[in-house]
Write a protein that binds this ligand. Sequence first.
Ligand code: FAD
Ligand code: AMP
Length: 477
Amino acid sequence: MDKYDVIVIGAGPAGYIAAIRCAQLGLRTACVDNRLGKQGEPVLGGTCLNVGCIPSKALLESSALYEKVRDGAALHGIVAGELSHDVAAMIAGKDRVVQELTGGIETLFRSNGVDWLRGSGQLLPGPQVRVTGHDGAAQTLAAANVILASGSAPMDIEAAPLQGDRIVDSTGALDWTEVPPRLGIIGAGVIGLELGSVWRRLGSAVTLLEAQDVFLSMADRQIGRAALAVFRNQGLDIRLGALVKHTAVDNDMVRVEYEVEEGVQTLEFDRLIVAVGRRPYTHGLAAAEAGLLLDEGGFIHVDDDCCTNLPGVYAIGDAVRGPMLAHKGSKEGVVVAERIAGQQSEVNYDTIASVIYTQPEIAWVGKTEEALKTAGNPCRSGVFPFAASGRARAMQETDGMVKLLSDEDTDEVLGVHIIGTAASELIATAVMAMEFAGSSEDIARTVFAHPTLSEGIHEAALAVDERALHISHKRRR
Ligand code: FAD
Ligand code: AMP
């Protein structure tokens, strides 16, 4: 029987990165994936490249550019003339980006010597892996190590079963070639807000129905409040404390019943997106006799080092505990590969950044002020609004702020929370500072280029000690 050093099941950002790193380390590696692309062809890259991070960012970029030209050009003295959009061309552009990137992984597999096995992988005792090709032909392969990276799938709810192109999940909402005049979204989380922003910019009247009373409950409250005000001002109709109970498609209209404090309300939409979160995907992943342990919620059970309950079997990415983020899964992939190769390697889960790619963007790393309070960890806070940033003013992008939290005793940076243009890029500075256990004083003493948005991080660090230079602090005597 053919024996590999490592077989990876799943070629998303967790699995394909694990496979490449294993191959770089000299391990004989195969990666199994059963995903088919839009033309029915086997594709690499998983959710992230095919129906997640990349296509959503492509559409966010295109729609933001359209809105910027429409609403922002005049502020820069640019006369844009009559403007229109071609949504079908936008979707085709997005598909090209996806194809280029998934093709790029194929090239990387080839150059690194990773065998791409097209089909479904199933863990058997041993460990062995049964690979069933798209034509139904099956083979069994032995491996010294197996890495499970089967990812996640959109969560569905009984109140809103998917229906054709009327009630869709995030995947369906990435392929509409016409703008729905009235768009409803269940869930005002990351995916709901990003997709809502895309279609609002292109002309939809967007309503988001969110069961929770608090907007973006996982974010720092101050940032969440600022975000809610900005998004509502942009025209997103965000209804909080609104639990969707029932949906029905009637004459091409989607009727949605939702419960708020005042009682049951009804709304009609042309299309509805169900964006209520994602669940681990492990269907058919392990034969019963393999004895793979799952956690409550269906996640593959792992310890801190991504080891499952079975010797030589690891699990990474969305299929295991922790934030469902591509870079978290990729890091786990690298760490597991390096540990298999006998190296010391670990994931620092405290410095995994979260990003929402709206405009303004929202990004954070570390603890929120509320979490620190609950943990009884006294902290100091420095806030700097982008309205006081020269670069933000020159860009006519003054919404938002940087908020930096540091430990009251040691001054170590414990959290950085940003809402503003390019927050997704700015947060890397904070991640680096925290990775090096930096203090607000370290950042305060660093010279940032002028004029840049990153000066906002410098000023927020100065503000911790009430010495930001471009905002007024109370005078100290
Ligand atoms: P996946 O990417 O889900 O890949 C798993 C792969 O394994 C899939 O191709 C699947 O078909 C395959 N597979 C499963 N079971 C088997 C089997 N038995 N045999 C063979 N193959 C199998 N994250 C970010 O960090 N940033 C973002 O901006 C972002 N945006 C997103 C936008 C949207 C609309 C969505 C839906 C998600 C977004 N995410 C984002 C989340 C991100 O896509 C996931 O966190 C990431 O893809 C998880 O990677 P993974 O490798 O664990 O799993
Ligand atoms: P996320 O986990 O970031 O993708 O966000 C999904 C959001 O959907 C969460 O904030 C949930 O509170 C919300 N949600 C889940 N079920 C419902 C429902 N039936 N009605 C309204 N919102 C919901």
